[in-house]
Structures are given as C-alpha cells and as structure tokens.
Write a protein that binds this ligand. Structure first.
Ligand code: IMP
Length: 426
C-alpha cells in the first residue's frame, strides 16, 4: 500500500474527482491541494449530505486529517472564509486547515481583469470561470503577485496600495471600474486577520508528516487536458493540474510520490471553449447530459458532451505517469444501444494517435471510432466487476488494453457506497 498518492482528472475536468478523492481522503492523514483555486467545485456526498468544496481540500470533514492549501494554488481569501463559515455552520470546526505562506493571493482586481479579458477576446474568449485565476497566475509569473506571507504581514497595506495603483490603471484602460483602495484595504485587512492563524510553512509541515510516515493524498483540480503546458492551449486553465503540478505546488520531492491515479469519466465532457474532437450533439448527448446532470458546478453552464477519447486518455496517461485508472459515471451509459470510443484521429489525410500542439489542428482532427455494444442493465447496485453486464466488462477491458493501465476501480452512482474497488493502492 502506498504512502503517497496523486488523484487527478485525466480529461477536461468534472470527471467526478470529488467522490473518488473523498474515498482516498478517508484513508489519508494529509490531503493537499496543489494548484488552481476556487474555479474548482468538488462535489462530495458525506453522511447523505452534498457539499461543494472550492478551495478547501476534501479531508476537511475529518478533524484528524490535515488539509493543506499548497503554494501552487491561487487563493481567494474571501472565498476561503465563506467556505470555512459554511462548513462551521454544518458543524465542522476547520481547525485542520493549513494555508501555504508561499501561495499567491487572488484579489478582486484579478476577478475584474479576468472578466475584462474575456470581454475583450469576444468570440475568441477562453470561457473561463471568471474567478480571476488566469490574472492571478499571470501576476505570479510576472513576479508582481502578493503572497500569503505578505497578506498576513504588517506591511500588507503598503504592498497592496502599490499593487492596486498599477492594477487600477490597467482596469481603467480596459474600460472597467477601478477598485477603491481604502475600503478594499479595510475589508482585506479583516480577512487577513481571520486567515492569519491558518497560514504557515506548509513545505515544512509536509516534510514532517512524510517523515512521520503519514499517508499523503494530493488532490488535483480541473483536468490534465486543461493544463497550461499540456492542454489544448490557449483554451486551458493557468495552472498544472497534471501530476508534475503536485511536486511544484506542494514541495514534495519526486522520489516521494508512489502512485498517480487518473480519474476518467466513461464518456467525455468539457466546459469553456477549445477543440473537442469527440464532441457530439444529438439525442444521445442530450440523454447523457440530463441523466448525469452535466451542468457546471461553479458556472452552471451546460457541459459539452463527447465519446470517450482514448487518444487523449493515452496522452494523459503519459504526461501524468498514471499507475491506475478510476472510471466514473459508467452507470450513465446504461440504456445506450451502442457506445463509441475514439481510437485515433484523421488529420490532413493522415491517421494520428497523438494530440497536435495547435488547437486549430486539434479542432480539425476527425475522430476514428470503434463502436462497442451497449447494455440495458442498471448498474447502480453493482458491487463488483463480475456483477457487470458482459458488454460493460468488455468496455472496461477495451480501455485497459488500449491504454495499458488497469482500471483499479469504478463508480456506478453518486453515493459513496456506489464505488467498486478492484485494487487497493493507498
Ligand atoms: P479558468 O480556470 O477559470 O481560468 O478557466 C479556464 C478553462 O478551464 C475554462 O475552459 C474553464 O471552463 C475550465 N475550467 C476551470 N475550472 C474547471 C473545473 O473545475 N472543471 C472543468 N473545467 C474547468
């Protein structure tokens, strides 16, 4: 059994990570978010209640689990406080949250600039969640960001004044409304006072936990195909949801990562713009969208629907070094006569099994499908692989054979109990 596990989305996000991460977080001593921010919306069903976590790791419900918001994240402090307050109202004390002092703070001006950027891009817009994620990472890379250690320090006022002045010039130039320094500073000062007790050196904390032999779970947000380096650029998020992000965004060394499990939806969805070769829109996609309620957790946008893309999954397996696949939402496919899976693309008359770098080339890829027979049976009560209908078994085996990685578990419903584990890894 491994001591360190990365659980990440292998597609374009919304693979049902919340539920699977929750399964593993119950076996962890430490849960770490290493990238992204409150653009994530991890839905967790706990004690028959549904929770939607945005920035806080999914181990928060268990007071014994330490939950780290790693420095690879961009943290909206107001949103974290809202999350903490709503968790407290539900009876969770939240004493088990640790925020990296190196994490960048996401301010209101980032949100304003995100909206203005999107408006300026018109039909070329990224389709962001408008939470300010891109502008916050932009500042980090441009070395003009404000980190948690600055935010909770006595010189925050001067740092904020200096930065906001420049941001307001940008906001005005873009046609937006500048942010008032005095009132926003007063508000942020209170927020900083509330969060100060949570802020610490999480790199050292992680080291101590690892040395003490604790089990550490790294919880990816979004998905590998939205990765700023590996995804369908520019229609990506601004962080590294892929497994490499867990190293850069938390401070764990590569020799301390043992397993990387990719969450894979049994079909594919995407929100926002960008190429999506296996996308289709007909009565079957409508059936899938309504049955699985494929609408954004954060933005409520209807998700685009496509068949499972094994070329993309293979790519994801490579860049993440996946050691196992966890298949979700296979129950949704019950009732379909036929199920398609993409095994290659045709691009400019050539068959390819890789993803082209250029999004416009990716958009021109014509998926080559293998059509597999579907099944009628409801899967919601399935408790082991052998109970699956033959065609569902064949579907899983087809994926395993193509990617060369075991499907170590699958999920047949939203409830915690509707999870079938074929191999324990953590
Ligand atoms: P941003 O992360 O808000 O900048 O959005 C960039 C792209 O990532 C857009 O296509 C979003 O729809 C997508 N995205 C961001 N967060 C998520 C998520 O949690 N699930 C799925 N897509 C996401």
């Amino acid at each position: 059994m491994s001591k360190s596990l990365i659980v990440l989305g292998s597609q374009w996000g919304d693979e049902g990570k919340g539920k699977i991460t929750n399964y593993y977080s119950e076996r962890a001593d430490v849960v770490v978010r290493y990238q992204g921010g409150n653009n994530a919306g991890h839905t967790i069903v706990f004690n028959h209640q549904t929770y939607k976590l945005r920035s806080i790791p999914s181990g928060v419900f268990n007071p014994k689990i330490k939950n780290i918001l790693g420095h690879g994240m961009v943290i909206n402090p107001k949103s974290v406080i809202t999350e903490i307050n709503s968790l407290k109202e539900l009876g969770f004390e939240c004493h088990n949250i640790y925020i990296s002092d190196r994490a960048h703070v996401l301010f209101d001006y980032h949100i304003e600039i995100d909206k203005l950027n999107e408006e300026a891009l018109k039909e070329k817009k990224i389709g962001t969640t408008k939470n300010g994620i891109g502008p916050a990472y932009y500042d980090k890379v441009a070395r003009v960001g404000i980190r948690m250690c600055d935010f909770v320090s006595s010189d925050f006022k001067e740092i904020y004044r200096f930065t906001l002045e420049k941001k307001n010039i940008q906001i005005k130039e873009m046609g937006g409304t500048p942010i008032d320094f005095e009132s926003s500073y007063q508000e942020y000062q209170k927020v900083a006072d509330t969060l100060r007790p949570f802020v610490c050196d999480t790199i050292d904390l992680l080291k101590q936990e690892r040395k003490a032999g604790k089990k550490i779970l790294f919880e990816g947000a979004q998905g590998a195909l939205l990765d700023v380096d590996f995804g369908s650029y520019p229609y990506v998020t601004s962080s590294n949801p892929s497994s490499g992000g867990a190293l850069c965004g938390s401070g764990i060394g590569m020799n301390h990562i043992e397993e990387a499990i990719g969450i894979v939806k049994a079909y594919t969805t995407r929100v926002g713009s960008g190429a999506f070769p296996t996308e289709f829109e007909d009565e079957t996609s409508h059936y899938i969208r309504e049955k699985a309620h494929e609408y954004g957790t954060v933005t409520k946008r209807p998700r685009r629907i496509g068949w499972l893309d094994l070329v993309a999954l293979n790519y994801s397996a490579t860049i993440n070094g996946l050691t196992g696949i966890f298949l979700t939402l296979i129950d949704i496919l019950s009732g379909l006569k036929e199920i398609k899976v993409c095994t290659s693309y045709q691009l400019n008359g050539k068959e390819i099994t890789t993803i082209p770098a250029k999004d416009s080339d990716f958009a021109c890829c014509v998926p080559q499908f293998k059509t597999l027979p579907g099944w009628e049976e409801d899967l919601s009560h399935v408790t082991c692989f052998d109970e699956l209908p033959e065609n569902a078994k064949k579907y899983i085996e087809f994926i395993e054979n193509y990617v060369g990685i075991d499907v170590i578990g699958f999920s047949v419903g939203a409830d915690k109990n509707q999870t079938v584990i074929r191999k324990e890894v953590f």
